[in-house]
Design a protein around this ligand. Sequence first.
Ligand code: SF4
Length: 278
Amino acid sequence: MSRVLDFSDHRRSLGANRYVYAVVSRRARGLSIGVNLNPDKVCNFDCPYCQVDRTTPGGPSRVDVVALRGELDALLDPVAAGTLWAEAPFDTTAPQLRRVADIAFSGDGERTTPPEFPEAARVAREARDAHGLVFPLRLITNATMFDRPRVRQTLALFDELWCKLDAGSEAYFRLVDGTRFPFDRVLANLLGVARERPIVIQAMFLAWQGQGPGADEITAWLDRLRAIRDQGGTIDRVQVYTVARRPADPRATALDAEALHAIAARARGEGFGAEAFV
Ligand code: SF4
């Protein structure tokens, strides 16, 4: 069956590419050119809601930045020439979504961890600029590595930072992100960067064994957002979403739309621009 690009297709693949893929993204509102620096599927989190299929082996860890540039150029050439939408599989994209929304570093693991991350970011920016294109370069990240100088310096190459914050309490953070990474360090990382430039918060809320996050957890999460703002950080907007595809752990299921909208409404009540994606 030939491929149809729509919201339901989130395969991180495009032809024989190793690193560059394309998805129609609800949150990006158009075609998102994805860069996957983690074909090895290694991540420093183990979120039960993760959609990455780790039942099959990943590829090599080393990122071939020259190959990445080649894959980007091959996709950006028809974008710049205005011929992309005539090519398969892009010709299946709904007319109202026929816009390239971004180049997004969003892969099968935490994308700031590979040693090649700085070089890959530089190459992606160069490729976009060389084609005379102006859509943003976005980094989608769990913010665990922001205190590493090589990562911190590289953030300047991105137009937008979309940062995960799925919890308000340490215990819930450990549950939904499957990690023993210090929660305080994530919060300090978010604050440090948000003091320098606006960040976008991405929050995944799910039902765990049939139970959504309690009202106390949402209050604690809002407290964390407020704390960033009160200490001089800027949160540009908040995106609330839930499990949309088969998760790593079947105990993680989607939160209903009403609960998701209620969380976004509470965030708006605190003065944040917040939207629920259901
Ligand atoms: S941070 Fe992202 S890639 Fe890593 S386990 Fe969580 S959802 Fe999966």
